[in-house]
Ligand binder design. Sequence first.
Ligand code: ADP
Ligand code: MG
Length: 273
Amino acid sequence: MATLIIKDLHAKVDDKDILKGVNLTIKSGETHAIMGPNGTGKSTLASVIMGHPRYEVTQGSITLDGEDVLEMETDERARAGLFLAMQAPQEVPGVTNSDFLKTAVETRLEEGEHLALFDFIKQYDQAIDDLKMASDVPHRYLNDGFSGGEKKRNEILQMKLLKPRIAILDEIDSGLDVDALKIVGDNVSKMQSEDLGLLMITHYQRILEYINADIIHVMMQGRIVKTGDQSLMKKIDTEGYDWLKEELGIDDERVIVEDNEPVFLNPTKKEAL
Ligand code: ADP
Ligand code: MG
């Protein structure tokens, strides 16, 4: 049983406040989805949970089974069972996929536990097969020259072998064609269990046709502004976010963009959120 509790989380990057009070609790056996317009801080939340050094937490807490996650290094977080499938996975020329994965799996082992190479290879081959990836993947450099879709599958492959307790999948569906979406969706849905807490960050309902989510959140301007069930997701899919902005009193979101910075016509409404 794992419980990840995020309380009043504020974080900034390059002196820009991005997260402005996120509250979220994820338990084993639950699947949550976070939807929301671009640039609202979804990937930032994922990065902060994993401890990306670029993001500074200025307020709030993250705990995993009562342990202070913010005090842990990224590798300790991974060892504790947190996993992030990144929106844009890194390419690492010089390190093969199999070496990377073997090392990662080894760090997840308990004290005194030993990874049998034969078992590892067997599981790896099985995962490659399940994800319908090319058989030379283990020997190629990590994500190097991989297509967008191959990188996403490789993230899921890592998840299959690492068996996390809490997994965050950041836009695992973006850049996937219909066939790849089904493969990824089926593989993730097979991993859903009483032992896994899952957070899907997504723009579209499509992936949630394969992966059943019980709790749907909407994130806007650095906060979770609404939580509901599947009907909320369906409403967003057909009607977008305008009705919600209206309901929350944000009618002037991102009207002008200067130097990549959104300028709000009505800053008081932005602050009121
Ligand atoms: P989302 O995933 O919801 O689309 P992000 O979390 O990626 O949003 O980004 C939220 C905001 O933070 C955006 O305005 C983005 O430009 C900014 N941001 C995110 N990461 C960085 C970074 N490393 N450096 C500068 N700005 C960043
Ligand atoms: Mg994102």
